[in-house]
Design a protein around this ligand. Structure first.
Ligand code: NAD
Length: 391
């Protein structure tokens, strides 16, 4: 089948297997060129896209670690392509096998008991123990054990907030008013995106004895500049991220010897960030500024710095709350001053000049395996691709 991108709202409903392979290959090449003595056996939860995928790639190709990935993706069926995460994972396993590295995957709901038990059984059977556990889920909802569904919302806390945003399709500025979340919505967002499930994972892994004595775990967060605080840091998602932070403290208290880090990462185009109001406008201006200053990074460059310059470096710099800051370049005063100046000039109608809309779209298409140089998109391709070690 000849596969073309089909965009609906914030997502693309098709994905290209060869483009996804090329995307993973490029990231693996980058990781190989930044080797580091670090993880030996890693479990990555939320491993098929964005930051989780890049982390798994660094574990495998920078550290030469065995990796077990937990994903929630769909294979191709009935004329539909598989999800990008499915193709990315197939590509990762294939490239790992070429290097003689173990890579296996569990496809299912990471919030469920069954997936946790499945992962533990797999670790016991194939790896013995893991020394790195990455929690990189970005989920819109969660099904509780009794079948109730909790959905996360991207709303403010307290008062509504009106700000400019971008209509990426029309390449135009627009204005949005984000309503405040109700108490129930905040609680549900915390249940989905907060730290409870991360703690459950660590509890289950520790009880099963599959964590090494020197194991490290990390989950990802975001802070961002003041302009985005009402929708992010001080909004419903920010409440969940604060809970994630508190979970890191609780994990360390409960499991002496285990380090549990929050890594605050850079704002980047991923399937999750595209859905946050205002943030895509901020990201497209940020891309423009950081590219001009030679400071731009994507997921793989960020995760490579996490491995080489933070987790496995001689010195691990932490902020005053004990968090790893990979948003250090994004938050540099000179970067933020330029973003701010551009934001103020938006009213002049110079959006195209101030924001890297093309760069945003390129990243968006590439997440689904499109627009990758060297891929022949006119060619008929097989949509059904196997993930060799899926369970
Ligand atoms: P993403 O959408 O690219 O990836 C999320 C991953 O979670 C995917 O692999 C998806 O399949 C998986 N997933 C979702 N629900 C699942 C479930 N129920 N079971 C198993 N897997 C599931 O998102 P991302 O942007 O890489 O986000 C990862 C983390 O990084 C999140 O905690 C996010 O808040 C954080 N973060 C993102 C940014 C950003 O700008 N994108 C910045 C800082 C921090």
């Amino acid at each position: 089948m000849i596969i073309e991108p089909k965009i609906r709202g914030f997502i693309c409903t098709t994905a290209h297997p060869e483009g996804c392979l090329e995307n993973v290959k490029r990231q693996a090449e980058y990781a190989k060129s930044h080797p580091v003595k670090g993880a030996r056996k890693a479990l990555v939860i939320g491993a098929s896209a964005g930051y989780g995928l890049a982390t798994r790639i660094c574990a495998a190709f920078s550290c030469k670690a065995d990796t077990l990935g937990v994903i929630f993706d769909k294979p191709a069926s009935g004329g539909r392509t598989a999800s990008a995460g499915w193709y990315n994972t197939a590509a990762l396993e294939r490239l790992a096998a070429e290097e003689g590295l173990y890579a296996a995957t569990i496809n299912g709901d990471a919030f469920s008991k069954e997936v946790k038990e499945g992962a533990i059984a797999r670790i016991r059977r194939d790896l013995g123990q893991v020394d790195l556990v990455i929690y990189s889920l970005a989920a819109p909802r969660r099904t509780l054990p009794d079948g109730t569904v909790r959905s996360s919302v991207l709303k403010t806390v307290g008062a509504p907030y009106t700000e400019r945003t971008i209509d990426l399709k029309k390449r135009e500025l627009a204005e949005v008013t984000i309503p405040p979340a109700s108490e129930e919505e905040i609680a549900a967002t915390v249940e989905v995106m907060g730290g409870e499930d991360w703690e459950d994972w660590i509890e289950a892994l520790a009880a099963a004895g599959v964590l090494t004595k020197d194991a490290v775990t990390a989950a990802y967060s975001y802070i961002g500049p003041e302009r985005t605080h009402p929708i992010y840091l001080d909004g419903s998602i920010g409440r969940a991220k604060e809970d994630l932070y508190q979970a890191s403290r609780r994990i360390e208290e409960k499991h002496p010897g285990l380090r549990a880090f929050i890594s605050v990462n850079k704002a980047l185009v991923t399937q999750s960030s595209s859905a946050i109001p205002i943030v895509p406008l901020y990201i497209s201006i940020l891309y423009k500024v950081m590219k001009e200053m030679g400071l731009h990074e994507g997921c793989i460059e960020q995760m490579s710095r996490l491995f080489c310059d933070r987790l496995y470096a001689d010195n691990l710099p932490l902020d005053n709350r004990g968090m790893i800051r990979l948003d250090d370049w994004e938050m540099r005063p000179e970067v933020q001053a330029k973003v701010d100046a551009a934001w103020k000039r938006l009213a002049d109608g110079s959006l195209e000049e101030l924001a890297d809309i093309d760069g945003y779209w390129e990243d968006f298409y590439q997440m689904f395996g499109f627009h990758l140089p060297g891929v022949d998109y006119g060619k008929d391709v097989e949509t059904e691709v196997e993930i060799p070690s899926i369970g």
